[in-house]
Design a binder for this molecule. Sequence first.
Ligand code: SF4
Length: 908
Amino acid sequence: MKIDEAREVRTTCPYCGVGCGVLAKVAANGEVTVRGDPDHPANFGRLCSKGSALAETIDLDGRLLFPEIHGRRTDWDEALDLVASTFSRTIAEHGRDAVAFYVSGQLLTEDYYVANKLMKGFIGSANIDTNSRLCMASSVAGHRRAFGSDTVPGSYEDLELADLIVLVGSNLAWCHPVLYQRIAAAREKRPDMKVVLVDPRRTMTADIADMHLAIAADGDVALFTGLLAYLGQHNTLDRTYITAHTTGFGQALFAASALDLAGVAAATGLGEDELVRFYSLFAATANTVTVYSQGVNQSSSGTDKVNAIINCHLATGRIGKPGAGPFSVTGQPNAMGGREVGGLANMLAAHMEIENPEHRDRVQRFWSAPAVAEKPGLKAVEMFQAVADGRIKALWIMATNPVDSMPDADAVEAAIKACPFVVVSDVLAKTDTVRHAHVRLPAAAWGEKDGSVTNSERRISRQRAFLATPGEARADWWIVAEVAKRMGFDEAFSHPSPADIFAEHAALSAFENDGARDFDIGAYAGVDAETYEELAPLQWPAPSQGTPLWPAGQAGRPEGGVQAGHSSASTRFFANGNFYTPDGKARFIPIRPVPQTRTNEKFPLVLNTGRVRDHWHTMTRTGKSQRLSQHLAEPFAEIHPADAQHFGIGDADIVRVSTEHGEVLLRALVTARQRPGSVFVPMHWTDQFSARARVDALVAPITDPISGQPASKNVAARVERFAAVAFGFAVLAERPASIDADYWSLARCAAGWRLEIALEADRDWPGFAASLFGADAPGETLAYHDVAGGHYRFARFAGSRLTGALYLAPRPVAVSRGWAVEQLSADHADRRGRLAIVAGRPGGNSVDRGAIVCSCFGVGANQIAEAVRGGCVSVEAIGASLHAGTNCGSCRAEIRTIIEARRLHAAE
Ligand code: SF4
């Protein structure tokens, strides 16, 4: 598809594993607009708040546009030569395992394929791992144990066909909003459809749940082994399916019976009555889908959790059928594509196994490779430990930010700093990881690059360029291939285009594949550039004609048939068995719950980490959008009111959260949605946006023994009130050069920046204001200083424009953030208005919208509450009155919460 400014380009959202289709359009004046692709089978036109704001994230502000060596701009030849020669020399001197690639689920499949090919096939090491290790490695391991392959059996439409959806460790409303909306819409059409949420927190996803099981951290294994025992006791098993298509049921049932109901209740923190209600609902509902995500995967027992869930589906034959199956939803946009090309250290390309000599031989012959890796490489946590102890001497990080996202993040940062040679390919010039790179390579960003991604339902979609590549940025596949050529592998890496790489990737999937491997897109082997350009979303498998879809010698085929093209129809695996094990049968895994208690006297709380609605990963993209930055504008710790009282913490206090590994400073958010004994902290904030809020600095490098995935949701922690003597809030037209405060958090707003601060010791406030806004900046300054009361207010104007305002007080500042932010773009010719700014109070005609709830239309909580008072008592009525919730719909659950809160308030 050629880039044509007059028409829309079909592409794919770069955020989560839902993989929504996007139509992007560049107007003649260069303005970019996006909308959901109504024909894409993942989203049928919907986009969430993040997808809707994509056009706000593509400016060139902060971009890395030229190669750099030690911070000096250079040209591509010098940078590539240095990378290739240093990697080659390191391998020659210290062996091939002395080098490593740490890559990303943000890469396109073609980028991933080339990086994996270079490391596993030509360098001959398997030291390539990916941030997908942090996301869904336990699902991969669980699938492979049960199915003999990393296969997601179902499709999104199963979520609409199910009579019961069990959401385990998944805040779908915020993390996969379009899937959430598909379920919510299906439920409106079929009110008998039931939803159960299993999550320690009462997240916004509870809005559609008929039952919320506020489970204790890592109680999931006990919950699902208990379910298997219940199904056995109540004779609600599919004996025919078990006998025909599985092995090991007896051992699994025996292991699951280790705990009686009281034991399960103790291990899960749930009541026996709650358990029985859930178990009987599951037992009675044939069309059940269990959706699981990071709450399952990011655990030291993640693989067992996955298999405990799969065991229940195998035992009831609820797999691969319309509206029934276990369903792993990936966090990253291309985690699945990475799995397909072998981007994990313990896999080979095309779902082949690194431990299998036949598979290694096949891949080596296909690539004409000198030396395919013979053993699994280092998984992410091990990889950075090897960087720390000097075993890895040359490291290339692509499209990811491990200084923020890896567990024990301070130790990871120290390791990277000490590594003799670090290359980072990124789109941004300043991230917490880029700052330590010896060589910085500018990568093309979303909208500039071409390739493909695979979503959680195995659907491959194209990401297409609609913008010119700025500066000297290049596609990741090109960068890797150029280094490979300079390392002496010219012929194997002479790919002229992503189409050529995709054609090779598809051919490898079909190479000597007689149906014994699930991943087969042989129909696209050798695809030409034109066909690739027009490629419509397709769900795999898509073998070439004549290739069976199931292991040779077995009857049956995936339900639904092969779908290629722009179709909403789905393919499913395993309704008729035909698993990818030697005997074609699924394996029940015998699992016993093992307590995962980590809290102790010193660290009595369970720290749980996760995402918020409007940010993505380390905010390198969403942090650019003022709309997305308004929903939750600073890092926070959610604490239950009972714990807050126990630890002497008030709402909006600053708190220090600490663990054995580090400490952070955050805003306290006291809420009964949190489970008592737990604290939740989001993962997004970095040193670029806050003083000390990199939550992964707190997380221990404890991993699942099978998958190697870190346990990011069960960390022993302590929370204390930070003894701030002053709290502050500021709005600024320009980002300040530095912020000298113990706590600070910076976020974009409509005409500049908003800043929250807290200080442990008194300051010279005028001097502090000067450090923020510039001592000699021109313009009129108004200030008010109540020395005895500890209040200080400051505003500076350039003509009639506000360039900055600062409010300091001994308690959290009560100034309306929404109102203050709007003053940056208002006209202040009137002196009374200027004085109102210094006073921090909206003038007569000003509206205080309150905290932004609807990002699309900028509607705040105060406006919604006012509309409820005026008689709007449904989400639809609020939408009709304020438009809130009528575009992407991501805020509808929060609107409903505000309506309910007002209703309760009125009833009191
Ligand atoms: S749900 Fe939102 S973030 Fe995820 S792919 Fe769709 S638009 Fe993007």
